[in-house]
Design a protein around this ligand. Structure first.
Ligand code: ADP
Ligand code: MG
Length: 421
């Protein structure tokens, strides 16, 4: 082991308390430390944050971290401060700071104390901040959730579009690190282009989740009864049931309760107190099932979710992958069951009606993939991984037999060439 490697390991231990790097982390970090443009594609939970946090802590100067979620930035800053000698090691720069606070942040940066500066992309449009950042030593720029830059991603944020120009203004040769959990080739291409780093070294982890079992059932009138049966067969296990509408969430939660299942609803229409309460009940296992809209899940880290049911099919394969990905985080069993009716696709199409044409076209193309996935007789896993630009061989790949189409192949309808009328 070279001295540099020992240093990385001791920094890992010192700042994060871990003894080993996870997956591609070490290679990524070496590349960042070397000052190269870097592109990191890893599924959620893969450990992307550490890929910029650790290099930032050992580099000279301040790393700027762009992230869209203020709550997550705050969490990260608190975590880093907890293991550092100086509180100024990490700061968030945003519009909520008063003059004194901004001065404090600037002083800490100027004095070389601040290693990580978190900013929302809209804060970087402030002339005053950019002018200041031009005058100090920036180690590199990390763009977390980089798919927000692409209209083909599931979470497009127009503010991300200006990043390339802003980064150039802060410094011409600042290395850029882009990170995302969205792996479709289109989004990747968009990110590299929009961040202006065609030469970035790309690190892509596998998106295969071998312990998840994928199943799609046709959606009929008896879907609720079918779900109740499934949940009862999985008595005492934790699960999430996703529905499209708040009304459906309430309705299904009630039906489950009436049938003796411990279930609570979760959607953005509930007041904050109830939402927190229901989320905590799920984490503390006071309830087995959460019936929810997609508002539920961001940042939920319950390792032993045993099933994720989609009462309504999601609007893209990315969403499906993210939502089913909340099952089996601990590596144990995770059953992903989705109900599909073409009628629901039409419903989703209708939702887009008022949107700009370009957005509708993208939405439509993403939905067509969902249709193909739902109707395919090919391995679901193979389909998903192919969608993410990954080849998968069911014979040799991990989890190769873990979906309905592989376990129960649909009977091929024989072509009949001698049909008599
Ligand atoms: P991502 O951003 O890719 O979704 P995070 O950076 O939030 O993932 O990390 C996911 C989890 O993995 C966190 O709880 C983090 O503490 C943990 N983690 C990261 N790196 C390591 C490691 N080397 N060893 C053990 N746990 C790790
Ligand atoms: Mg992350």
């Amino acid at each position: 082991m070279s001295i540099a490697e020992i240093d990385l390991h001791s920094a890992l231990k010192k700042y994060f308390g871990f003894s080993e790097f996870k997956g591609l982390q070490e290679e990524v970090i070496k590349n960042v430390v070397a000052g190269n443009n870097t592109f990191v594609i890893m599924p959620t939970g893969g450990g992307k944050s550490l890929c910029y946090q650790l290099p930032a802590l050992i580099a000279e100067g301040t790393a700027i971290v762009v992230s869209p979620l203020i709550a997550l930035m705050k969490n990260q800053v608190d975590a880093i401060r907890a293991v550092s000698e100086h509180e100024g090691v990490a700061h968030v720069l945003n519009s909520s700071l008063n003059k004194t606070e901004v001065k404090r942040v600037k002083d800490d940066i100027t004095n070389g104390i601040t290693k990580l500066l978190y900013v929302a992309p809209e804060s970087l449009t402030k002339e005053e901040y950019v002018d200041f950042l031009r005058t100090v030593k920036i180690s590199f720029m990390a763009v977390d959730e980089a798919h927000c830059i692409s209209e083909w991603g599931h979470d497009f944020r127009p503010e991300y579009r200006n990043l390339k120009t802003i980064i150039k203004r802060i410094g011409d040769d600042i290395p850029i690190v882009g990170l995302t959990a969205t792996a479709t080739p289109k989004v990747q291409e968009d990110i590299l282009k929009s961040l202006g780093m065609p030469n970035a070294v790309t690190f892509k982890a596998s998106f295969n989740r071998p312990n998840l079992y994928y199943e799609v059932r046709p959606k009929t009138k008896t879907v609720d009864a079918d779900i109740i049966r499934f949940v009862k067969q999985n008595d005492g296990k934790s699960g999430i049931i996703y529905c499209l509408s708040r009304k459906r969430v309430e309705g299904l939660a009630q039906v489950l309760q009436v049938n003796g299942v411990k279930a609570v609803p979760y959607h953005a229409g509930l007041d904050a107190k109830t939402r927190v309460k229901h989320q905590d009940m799920f984490l503390m296992e006071d309830t087995d099932v959460v019936v929810a809209t997609i508002a539920f899940g961001m940042g939920i880290d319950k390792p032993d979710v045993r099933f994720v049911i989609h009462h309504d099919i999601p609007k893209s394969i990315e969403s499906y992958y993210q939502e089913t990905g909340r099952a089996g985080r601990d590596g144990g069993e995770g059953h992903c069951l989705a109900y599909y009716a073409y009628k629901d696709i039409e419903k989703l199409e209708k939702f887009m009606a008022g949107k700009p044409v370009a957005e509708q076209e993208i939405g439509h193309a993403l939905l067509q993939e969902v249709v193909a996935f739902s109707e395919t007789s090919v391995s679901r896993r193979k389909f998903i991984l192919h969608y993410f630009g990954e080849e998968f061989d069911n014979e040799t790949g991990e989890g190769g037999d873990m979906d309905d189409n592989v376990r129960f192949p649909k009977k091929q309808v024989e072509a009949q060439d001698d049909v008599k009328i």
